[in-house]
Design a protein around this ligand. Structure first.
Ligand code: ADP
Length: 192
């Protein structure tokens, strides 16, 4: 069952699910700086999108200084075989490496992904829980940062209108649910 919150001019939905199956206009990927694919959600997105996604990432790499996407930044590619028309590849912080900069860099992933939505008139996007897998960000710390970054964007802009979090396991869903109730308070709507 999804949890739905009215936030700013838009809606935030939390649900347990596989992001590769989302039908939002865009999905976000928790990529790494090389943009060449990896494990976790990145590998799942590449498998579901098909080999053209890797080629599009290679093309995007060529436009980047030193061929790497810096931590906290985001780039857009097509979604190829995915239901989502676009993939926005974000590089989250490696928790143990970034220290005090980790919260700012994590928030920057979400802010940059949502800016790309605005620039490309993308009205709906689904995010995974960036950095809380292999990159080791404790989900209890990451969830309020992710949701506050989304809230700031939805309060300031009309696009996107729908921001989903497609969360892979119960622990992650519970952490985001608690943070959302805390941040969005009485605005919780009914699930469907
Ligand atoms: P990172 O390297 O940014 O930590 P990971 O892919 O290791 O990225 O993990 C990020 C989150 O994505 C974790 O909560 C992981 O369980 C989750 N995840 C893995 N596969 C999927 C999927 N298909 N859909 C949604 N979330 C997924």
């Amino acid at each position: 069952m999804e949890q739905r919150f009215d936030v700013g001019r838009g809606v935030v939905v939390l649900e347990r699910g596989d992001i590769t199956r989302q039908d939002t206009e865009a999905i976000a990927n928790a990529a790494n700086s090389t943009l060449l694919g990896g494990g976790g959600v990145d590998g799942a997105i590449h498998r579901a999108a098909g080999p053209k996604l890797l080629q599009a990432c290679r093309d995007a790499k060529r436009t980047l200084p030193s061929g790497l996407l810096p931590t906290g930044q985001a780039v857009l590619t097509p979604g190829f075989r995915l239901r989502a028309a676009h993939v926005i590849h974000c590089v989250g912080p490696v928790y143990a490496r970034e220290g005090q900069d980790a919260p700012r860099l994590l928030a920057s992933c979400y802010a940059n992904a949502l800016r790309l939505c605005r620039e490309h008139d993308i009205r709906s996007i689904a995010f995974p829980s960036i950095s809380t897998g292999v990159y080791g960000y404790p989900v209890q710390e990451a969830a309020p940062i992710a949701l506050a970054a989304v809230r700031d964007a939805l309060e300031a802009n009309d696009t996107p209108h729908l921001v989903k979090f497609s969360l892979f396991d119960d622990t992650t869903l519970e952490a985001y649910g608690a943070a959302a109730r805390d941040l969005f308070g009485g605005r919780a709507g009914r699930g469907s």
